[in-house]
Design a protein around this ligand. Structure first.
Ligand code: AMP
Length: 303
């Protein structure tokens, strides 16, 4: 099954205690698309400015990402600037420049409209809703968001969530969205807004998935070298959604494997700046890390 993703394609300027990246390729849709491309066909919908670099588009194209929905608009590409301290879980946003996204009216290309899986990556929730309105009854709609939109476009976000099957969100943002400090209660409150499945990402502490009566917990893969956590959430979403689209299986068991593939893709992504680590990853490496992840979390039952 093909996955349609709408979200940001950006130039990021990032500082971590281990290095820096200046105007490097980033954006929620770019990280998602590259991660999901290891599993299935990906159709990207986003806007970039006149300053967008051909080499960045080429990286996505080389991984088979369909770029017919990537339009070049007059103006500047979206820019985000952030900084991490030694606690790599929480970036400090120094600057967000919407650029071409400020007045963007998405038009889903005809060839994308029958996509059976849709991922609404982090972007203005009004854009997320407009895209959803132009698709023909997808089987699975998943979504991400962040504090920037929770603070500025809360009502629009609540409207989008009422049409979403799965929300992937980080812990701080789940608390902020629901005004509920306890994560179990926050997940229930989000389910009341629409999404049947809620995945709460907790950075280096892993992820929790809440569905109907069940909870699943996955750790983060323990790594010795974390250089840049930017895009971890989007790569997680790419592994999660890409795996579900490939298998066409939305059972609880498949969702648990999808969370594990999400953790695998996030763990690869944080080993370098920008999309560099995913760009040099092989399918075999993804499978090997999945095996290592299974080993990490496996233990015997007792009689
Ligand atoms: P993540 O680390 O997975 O939460 O996402 C990081 C990416 O989100 C960066 O590459 C940014 O370009 C992008 N980003 C940051 N702020 C926003 C925003 N307000 N809307 C859309 N994308 C954003």
């Amino acid at each position: 099954m093909a996955v349609l993703v709408v979200g940001s394609v950006a130039f990021d300027t990032v500082r971590t205690p281990f290095g820096a990246g200046e105007e490097v390729l980033g954006g929620s849709a770019a990280y998602f698309a590259l991660a999901a491309s290891f599993f299935t066909e990906v159709r990207l919908l986003a806007a970039v400015g006149e300053d967008f670099r051909e080499e960045d588009a080429a990286l996505l194209r080389e991984h088979g990402v369909d770029l017919r929905g990537l339009t070049r608009e007059p103006g500047r590409t979206f820019r985000w600037e952030g900084e991490y301290g030694y606690d790599l879980n929480n970036p400090r946003t120094l600057r967000t420049e919407l650029g071409v996204f400020a007045g963007f009216r998405p038009r889903v290309p005809e060839a994308y409209r029958d996509s059976e899986v849709v991922f609404l990556a982090n972007i203005d929730p009004e854009i997320q809703s407009e895209v959803l309105g132009q698709t023909r009854s997808p089987m699975l709609v998943a979504c991400d968001t962040m504090n920037f939109w929770i603070e500025r476009k809360r009502d629009a976000l609540i409207r989008t969530l009422s049409r979403v099957d799965a929300l992937l969100i980080n812990d701080g943002e789940a608390r902020q969205l629901t005004a509920e400090p306890n994560l179990v209660r926050a997940a229930h409150a989000i389910r009341d807004l629409g999404p049947r499945t809620v995945v709460i990402k907790r950075g280096e502490y892993g992820a929790l998935m809440f569905r109907d009566g069940s909870v699943f917990s996955a750790p983060a893969y323990p790594l010795e070298n974390v250089l840049d956590p930017t895009g971890a959430g989007d790569s997680f979403a790419g592994g999660f959604t890409g795996y579900l689209a490939r298998t066409r299986d939305f059972s609880d068991e498949a969702m648990r494997r999808a969370v594990s593939f999400g953790s695998v893709m996030a763990s690869l992504n944080v080993e370098d700046f920008s999309l560099r680590r995913l760009a040099r990853t092989s399918r075999r490496e993804v499978e090997e890390r999945y095996g290592a992840f299974k080993h990490l979390t496996h233990f015997e039952t007792i009689d």
